[in-house]
Write a protein that binds this ligand. Structure first.
Ligand code: HEM
Length: 217
């Protein structure tokens, strides 16, 4: 869980920086999207180490493997927890846990459900929503985030994502041995909050700016 979770957090940081290229302009954002897919004149990322267009598929396979292993570990842990404690108590014992910690399982399921919508919307380009779907990533993003409720859906989704990450980051490092003292715990907690807040602000600033016409006006 810890290793695959940290791989996914690293992906999100990269994804966030990529999205921020929307602020630089259409050429920058489109070039980045095409470069990742090996569609630029220079053969794209890692060319000629890899043939043009291979990187994105290797990347997708690694990402998918990380997601599958993360879910597999979660299900294994969940069933072990159930097996270890099969009785249903009359009164449920309230554990000293944060809200994020208590919502990891259902939060994770909701997060994954919206992720499927996200991939349909942007990667599969499914015309589910009335938006400007043109074969230009910059225009596509402008079209989607000109819809107010779409920005709202993302703002809510990102709360779930960042809560999951705040607790997940903490647990991952605790699993890897960082929870050694009260001071280490405080530092870890601060880092977990920082990563979650950076991701929330870094991801949401772009859709909000599109909605208010600060980008692409
Ligand atoms: C406000 C938040 C987000 C925005 C605005 C956003 C935007 C985008 C856009 C525009 C693309 C398509 C890029 C292209 O086709 O050129 C994309 C792809 C993707 N996004 Fe997001 N994203 C957000 C959050 C997330 C989150 C939280 C996750 C994961 C939990 C995620 C996972 C992905 C994945 C896996 C892809 C597909 C990459 C590929 O095509 O291989 N995104 N996103």
């Amino acid at each position: 869980m810890a290793v695959t979770g940290l791989i996914l957090i690293a992906f999100l940081l990269m994804h966030m920086f990529g999205n921020l290229k929307m602020f630089i302009g259409a050429d920058s954002f489109n070039h980045y999207a095409e470069w990742l897919k090996g569609q630029t004149a220079d053969g794209g990322i890692l060319y000629p180490i890899l043939p043009a267009g291979w990187f994105i598929w290797i990347f997708r396979v690694v990402l998918l493997a990380a997601v599958v292993l993360h879910i597999y570990s979660a299900v294994t842990l969940w069933s072990r927890a159930l097996a270890a404690n099969p009785t249903t108590y009359e009164a449920k014992r309230k554990l000293a846990q944060t809200y994020s910690a208590r919502t990891m399982r259902w939060g994770g399921i909701i997060l994954a459900g919206v992720l499927i919508f996200h991939l349909l919307q942007f990667t599969v380009h499914a015309t589910l929503i009335a938006g400007a779907f043109e074969d230009n990533p910059y225009k596509m993003v402008l079209g989607e985030f000109s819809i107010w409720w779409m920005v709202l859906v993302y703002a809510i989704w990102m709360v779930a994502v960042c809560m999951h990450i705040r607790h997940g980051f903490w647990s991952a490092f605790a699993t890897l041995g960082a929870n050694t003292s009260a001071k280490a715990r405080a530092i870890l907690n601060g880092c977990a909050w920082a990563v979650a807040l950076i991701l929330y602000i870094g991801f949401m600033i772009m859709p909000v700016s599109v909605l208010f016409g600060w980008i692409g006006a």
